[in-house]
Design a binder for this molecule. Structure first.
Ligand code: NAD
Length: 239
């Protein structure tokens, strides 16, 4: 494990993690794709769209309330904690597709949330935004302007915030080691980040029990879970 970097570990100065739902799976948060991925017989991919929201905002909000409850109760797992600890040994940046805030909870300081955050909500029309850490009642919630409030997350088909995405590209393009953990790499544009790192001749390592679309691009593949694998990466840096 980590054979591709073991002998030159001290040479890695800028490490970027690209993470997805799988890294939080061992914290009890279901992924979208995979055996635990569906909720109440609805297709998650069809609920996380603007069309679904306008079609049935109450249903989408019920789904987000369930997810919020689950996420607020969740704790960071050894995978999240290992990445946070790695900051003692190298410059670490996390480009996460997750909206659960668990990287920040585990103490990581440089986290770019590509797809927003589940604690934040925003108006679907005006510029109003706020953070709410409790369950949301009277669904769908309304903004003072009279329009519907929505989760401040990036839904399928929506563009990423331009500044966040540009920063993500910059970090990916300058890293010398990229660890891709717990993502199926099917969601665009996040799935292009390994290609930016590759252009910089970075070493790419995938941690995922299953094959992904980008597995063929990797220097090393570790077919194990992130919670069992990432603490071993930190041990290498400690030596
Ligand atoms: P995904 O559901 O498409 O894929 C999850 C991947 O994680 C799979 O390839 C699976 O094999 C792998 N995996 C499962 N358990 C793992 C483990 N213990 N360790 C390592 N890998 C594991 O998720 P995605 O690629 O992040 O893309 C889907 C979208 O879903 C993203 O936009 C994300 O915002 C959203 N999402 C986020 C959360 C969250 O915030 N925790 C949860 C569900 C979905």
């Amino acid at each position: 494990m980590f054979d591709s970097i073991k002998d030159q570990i001290k040479n890695y100065k800028k490490i970027v993690f690209v993470t997805g739902a799988g890294i939080s799976q061992e914290s009890g948060i279901p992924t979208f794709r995979g055996k635990d991925g569906l909720w109440r017989n609805h297709d998650a991919m069809k609920l996380a769209t603007i069309d679904a929201f306008y079609d049935n905002p109450k249903l989408v909000w019920e789904w987000y309330n369930e997810r919020r409850k689950n996420i607020f109760q969740a704790h960071a797992n050894p995978g999240h904690k290992a990445i946070a600890e790695l900051e003692k040994y190298a410059q670490v940046t996390i480009l996460t597709q997750n909206i659960d805030g668990l990287h920040q909870k585990s103490g990581s300081s440089e986290v770019l949330e590509l797809h927003g955050s589940i604690v934040k909500i925003k108006c679907s029309v005006c510029n109003y935004k706020e953070e709410i850490l409790t369950e949301i009642s009277n669904l769908p919630p309304l903004c003072k302007c009279g329009n519907i409030l929505r989760p401040d997350v990036v839904w399928f088909g929506e563009p990423l915030p331009q500044d966040v995405w540009q920063n993500a590209i910059d970090f990916a393009s300058q890293c010398d080691l990229m660890i891709i953990a717990g993502t199926s790499l099917v969601v665009s544009p996040a799935n292009t980040l390994p290609l930016y790192a590759k252009q910089n001749n970075a070493t790419l390592i995938e941690i995922n029990p299953e094959n992904t679309e980008m597995s063929k691009e990797m220097n090393e593949i570790i077919r194990k879970t992130s919670a069992e694998t990432l603490p071993k990466l930190v041990s290498l840096f400690k030596k």
